[in-house]
Write a protein that binds this ligand. Structure first.
Ligand SMILES: *[C@@H]1O[C@H](CO)[C@@H](O)[C@H](O)[C@H]1NC(C)=O
Ligand SMILES: *[C@@H]1O[C@H](CO)[C@@H](O)[C@H](O)[C@H]1NC(C)=O
Ligand SMILES: *[C@@H]1O[C@H](CO)[C@@H](O)[C@H](O)[C@H]1NC(C)=O
Ligand SMILES: *[C@@H]1O[C@H](CO)[C@@H](O)[C@H](O)[C@H]1NC(C)=O
Ligand SMILES: *[C@@H]1O[C@H](CO)[C@@H](O)[C@H](O)[C@H]1NC(C)=O
Length: 397
């Protein structure tokens, strides 16, 4: 799925009867001919420094009949896809970002626009709705991330903004699903900064939970809320936080864009979520010390119905010489045993794609262990790529 006119997505049908199981044999690759090349991915602060995405973000959402709605950004389109939801009736809202939008507000030039569009099941535009975050603009994704999800009859969206004073931060808002207009007086209010600032984001909805705890915004921050005060040279520290306040772990962060972790993927599982991401195992230092804790591994955590981490953090990899990234997770029920399992994947050294099946406490479930699937599968950078198909049996990218 690189800058080309063919986009592939994979389906892993993990329906096996225990003996001689192979994830590689369970993978099928589906090829889509795109009408135009994909937009390039551009640069973004990723894992302690700026890096180039292989392509603009790709979004996959399951739809009826084990089909998949795929969102990508075509080079012939003005806007970038920055979030996608699929409704049961075949309609779908998409979060769009127009980098070249410009207007003057009170003599301030506002760059960039982010808006939602509802597309009907027959492809017509039902509405467009511009999102206005006061005194802020979504002018770049060189810093930060974006996601959209749906639950309780409304959309939640989280995305990077820069304030008119030039501070990079992010917004977390709810939108009416009837027309895309912002819901005032909610938990998030009209303007609510998430982490300050989110370098990567996950956003999920768990329908098994009470509404007030059912939306799950997760961020990796390079600075606040972990950093106390503004003496970054000695106090800066990054971290992973749920709903911008419940800490998952501290990670190296310099309040400069540099942060030693990246999300990742998350899957609802009854009263819990299971989340995977990459970070360093060494203790996070305070201050702007450079990347002394450099080695990345994959971490698995459980999140409970109060949106706090539950149980131990589990390291799925432990390699000092390999850099892991681009983790994803999907839940499925294995029909043969009626057991809940998780398909978890990541990328090693930006080259080798790995998949394994895990239990809800992060243990490998198959004696075959972790498989290299580089010959049969690939997924994008920071794409939150895995979903469960509508029949409940498969993981997809
Ligand atoms: C937006 O502006 C950039 C920089 O000027 C330009 O390269 C790009 O082609 C423009 N995009 C569109 C869709 O016009
Ligand atoms: C959008 O829909 C909501 C709920 O249906 C309604 O209260 C609100 O007035 C609408 N906003 C606009 C701008 O039409
Ligand atoms: C910031 O912390 C460093 C190290 O503790 C200290 O030397 C420096 O004076 C502090 N700067 C300010 C402005 O407090
Ligand atoms: C990682 O490997 C090192 C060296 O073998 C070992 O000391 C450490 O306990 C391992 N960590 C985990 C989380 O397995
Ligand atoms: C998962 O692994 C941990 C650590 O090895 C172990 O303590 C635990 O019992 C395992 N859980 C299951 C369900 O096997």
């Amino acid at each position: 799925m690189y800058a080309c006119t063919i986009l592939m997505y994979i389906v892993v049908c993990v329906r096996h009867n225990a003996s001689a199981f192979s994830i590689n044999n369970a993978i099928s690759m589906n090829t889509i001919n795109l009408p135009a090349a994909m937009k390039s991915g551009g640069d973004s602060y990723r894992i302690f420094g700026s890096d180039r995405f292989n392509a603009a973000r790709v979004y996959t959402e399951p739809i009826a009949g084990d089909n998949v709605l795929v969102g990508w950004s075509g080079s012939n389109n003005v806007a970038y896809v920055r979030g996608l939801v699929a409704h049961d009736d075949g309609s779908y809202p998409v979060l769009l970002w127009d980098e070249n939008y410009s207007e003057q507000i009170n003599s301030i030039r506002v760059d960039g626009a982010i808006y939602t569009r509802l597309v009907s099941s027959t492809g017509g535009v039902v509405w467009n709705s511009l999102i206005n975050i006061p005194n802020s603009m979504p002018n770049t994704f060189i810093v930060g991330d974006s996601r959209m999800t749906y639950g309780d009859g409304k959309y939640a969206a989280s995305f990077h903004v820069q304030t008119f004073e030039g501070v990079d931060s992010d917004a977390y808002i709810y939108l009416h699903s009837t027309n895309g207009s912002q819901i005032a007086n909610t938990e998030s209010g009209d303007l609510n900064f998430g982490c300050s600032r989110s370098m990567s984001i996950l956003l999920n909805y768990n329908p098994s939970l009470t509404v007030s705890e059912a939306f799950l915004p997760v961020c990796v921050t390079d600075c606040y809320p972990g950093t106390q005060g503004s003496n970054f040279s000695s106090k800066a520290i990054g971290g992973i936080y749920i709903n911008k306040e419940n800490r998952v772990i501290d990670v190296a962060g310099e309040c400069s864009g540099n942060v030693g972790a990246e999300l990742g993927g998350v899957a609802p599982d009854g009263q819990y979520w299971r989340m995977v991401f990459n970070s360093h195992q060494a203790e996070a230092p305070f201050g702007q010390t450079g990347y002394v804790t450099g080695n990345q591994d994959i971490e698995f955590v459980s999140i409970d119905n109060t949106r706090n981490i539950d149980g131990p953090v589990v390291w799925l990899t432990n390699t000092t010489d390999i850099q892991e990234s681009d983790a994803g997770i999907a839940r499925f029920i294995e029909p043969a045993t009626n057991t809940v399992k998780f398909l978890v994947g990541w990328v090693e050294d930006d080259v080798f794609f790995k998949l394994g099946l895990y239990s809800s406490d992060g243990n490998l479930t198959e004696s075959e262990g972790i498989e290299d699937v580089t010959q049969s599968a690939a997924w994008g950078n920071r794409d939150d790529p895995f979903r469960t198909l509508s029949s409940g049996g498969c993981g997809v990218d």
